[in-house]
Design a protein around this ligand. Structure first.
Ligand SMILES: Nc1ncnc2c1ncn2[C@@H]1O[C@H](COP(=O)(O)OP(=O)(O)OP(=O)(O)O)[C@@H](O)[C@H]1O
Ligand SMILES: [Mg+2]
Length: 424
C-alpha cells in the first residue's frame, strides 16, 4: 500500500519511519518532509503542502492511507477535503479540530461536559479582561484563543505580566486573529504529562504515556519552546491514574463530541497537569500527536503501525492491542542557534550516527542537498536512545548527541530528570 504522511517535523519523520517498517507498505510519501525523510530508502519527499493539491496527488497515486502530523492543515480542513474525495485519512475534521484550534471552544466544551480543567473566562473586550485579572489576582494564565505556534500562552506570575499579555493580544493585535479573543484561566501547579490516544469516532486506543520538556534550558529555565526533549513511559502516570484519565477526561471528551454532533477521529492529545495529590486536570487538547513525544513513542511501538492506522480509519480500534518495547525511550532535541526566537539557518550538520537497536536520530529542521545535511529550522534533530532504565536510555541518547556537530547547536543536558528523581 502507498502511504502519505503530511508534515515536515521530527514527529512526521518518526511516523513515516514506523509506517515504512510495515511489510505491506510500499512507498511512504512525506509532504514536504525533511533531510531525514529524504535520506531514508523507503520514504519519498513530496514538495506539496496545499491540502487540495495533496488530495489530487493522493487520488492519482492511489494512496491507501494518509496520516496528518501538524495542526495547521487539520484546522484548515484537510480531512474534510480528503473524505469528500473518498480518500482514507486519519485525523479530525476541521470542526473536530476546534478542540485545539480554539481554546474557547475547548474550555466551554470541557465545562459543558464536566471534564476537569482550570476555571476560566473568555474575553474579546479589553477592559473586561483587565478587570477579571484584577479580580482573580496572580499567578494567572492568559491564552490566545486561536493557533499561535506555541506563542499564545503567557503564564503570568505577576499582575503586570498578565495585563501586558492581554494588551499584547487584544489591543496591539500581536497575534492577529488568533489573539482577537483571550481565555484567562486559573493557574494550576503540579507536574505535566502528555496523554495521547487514537480515536476512530467511537473506540479509543491509548498510546504509551510520555513527558515533554517545554523550556529551553536545563532545570526548566528559559523561554518556552516547541519542546526540547521527551521520554516514554512517564512514571507519573501510574496504572491507577491512567484509568482515571481515561474515565474522567478521554471517554467524556470522545462521547461529548459525539453528543454535540462533531464525531472525533484522529489523535487526541490531552495535556495534563497532575497536582500534588495526584489529581489530573486538562491544560489543553491537541488534535494531533505531540512533537517531540512522537519520537520516543514510535521508537517503543512494536505493533505494525499501518495495521493500527487501518483499524483507525475503519472504525475498528477495539479489535487490536498495542505492543510496546518495555524499555524507556528518551529523545533529546538539538536546536539551532538563536532558537526559539531567531533560529539561524544554514549550518552544516555532521556526525549523525547510523540507526541502531538502541538509538535513532529523527530529523526536523534539516535539508539534504548535494549529499550534505544542513539546518533549515528551529528544532533540528531529536536523538532517541533506548535503555532498560531512564539512565540507560539517557546515556544512549547523549552518547549520540556528543557525536553530532553543527554550529551553534543547543540542547538540554537533563532530559528525563523528573523520572530520574522520582521516588517509586
Ligand atoms: N492553567 C495553567 N496553569 C499553569 N500552567 C499552564 C496553564 N495552562 C498552560 N500552562 C503552561 O503553558 C504551557 C502551554 O499551554 P497550552 O498547552 O495551553 O498552550 P499551547 O500553545 O496550545 O501548547 P502546545 O504547543 O503544547 O500545543 C503548558 O504546557 C503549561 O506548561
Ligand atoms: Mg496546544
Amino acid at each position: 500500500m502507498k502511504i502519505l504522511v503530511v508534515g515536515s517535523g521530527g514527529r512526521e519523520h518518526a511516523l513515516a519511519w514506523k509506517l515504512a517498517q510495515s511489510e505491506r507498505s510500499q512507498t511512504v510519501f512525506v509532504a514536504p518532509g525533511n533531510g531525514g525523510t529524504d535520506l531514508h530508502p523507503h520514504l519519498k519527499n513530496l514538495a506539496i503542502t496545499d491540502p487540495l493539491a495533496l488530495a489530487e496527488f493522493a487520488l492519482q497515486e492511489k494512496i491507501g492511507i494518509t496520516v496528518v502530523g501538524p495542526e495547521v492543515p487539520l484546522a484548515a480542513g484537510i480531512v474534510n477535503i480528503f473524505r469528500e474525495k473518498g480518500l482514507k485519512i486519519f485525523g479530525p475534521t476541521k470542526e473536530a479540530a476546534q478542540l485545539e484550534s480554539s481554546k474557547d471552544f475547548a474550555k466551554s466544551f470541557m465545562q459543558r461536559h464536566g471534564i476537569p480543567t482550570a476555571e476560566y473566562q473568555t474575553f474579546s473586550e479589553l477592559q473586561a479582561a483587565h478587570a477579571y485579572i484584577d479580580l482573580k489576582g496572580a499567578p494567572i494564565v492568559v491564552k490566545a484563543d486561536g493557533l499561535a505556534a506555541g506563542k499564545g500562552v503567557v503564564v503570568a506570575m505577576t499582575l503586570e505580566e498578565a495585563h501586558a499579555a492581554v494588551d499584547m493580544m487584544l489591543s496591539d493585535n500581536k497575534l492577529g486573529d488568533a489573539g482577537a479573543r483571550v481565555v484567562v484561566e486559573e493557574f494550576l501547579s503540579g507536574e505535566e504529562a502528555s496523554f495521547i490516544v487514537m480515536v476512530d469516532g467511537k473506540n479509543v486506543l491509548a498510546l504509551a504515556t510520555s513527558q515533554d520538556h517545554k523550556r529551553l534550558l536545563d532545570h526548566d529555565q528559559g523561554p518556552n519552546t516547541g519542546g526540547m526533549g521527551a521520554y516514554s513511559p512517564a512514571p507519573i502516570v501510574t496504572p491507577e491514574l491512567h484509568a482515571r484519565v481515561m474515565r474522567e477526561i478521554i471517554q467524556p471528551t470522545v462521547q461529548g463530541m459525539a453528543k454535540d454532533g462533531i464525531v472525533f477521529t484522529g489523535f487526541l492529545y490531552a495535556g495534563l497537569m497532575i497536582d500534588e495529590a495526584g489529581n489530573p486536570k486538562t491544560l489543553e487538547f491537541n488534535c494531533r500527536m505531540g512533537d517531540p513525544e512522537t519520537q520516543p513513542i514510535m521508537a517503543r511501538l512494536k505493533t505494525d503501525l499501518l495495521t493500527v492506522m487501518e483499524h483507525a480509519v475503519n472504525g475498528s480500534l477495539d479489535s487490536i492491542e498495542l505492543d510496546w518495547d518495555r524499555r524507556t525511550a528518551l529523545g533529546v532535541v538539538l536546536a539551532a542557534e538563536g532558537y526559539p526566537d531567531t533560529p539561524v539557518k544554514g549550518a552544516d550538520i555532521t556526525g549523525i550516527p547510523a540507526e541502531s537497536a538502541d538509538c535513532i536520530s529523527f530529523h526536523a529542521g534539516t535539508t539534504l542537498a548535494g549529499g550534505k545535511l544542513s539546518v533549515t529550522g528551529g528544532r533540528v534533530l531529536c536523538v532517541v536512545g533506548l535503555g532498560d532504565s531512564v539512565k540507560a536510555a539517557q546515556k544512549q541518547a547523549y552518547d549520540a548527541v556528543d557525536k553530532i556537530r553543527f554550529k551553534g547547536a543547543q540542547y538540554r543536558k537533563d532530559i528525563g530528570w523528573r523520572a530520574l528523581h522520582r521516588k517509586h
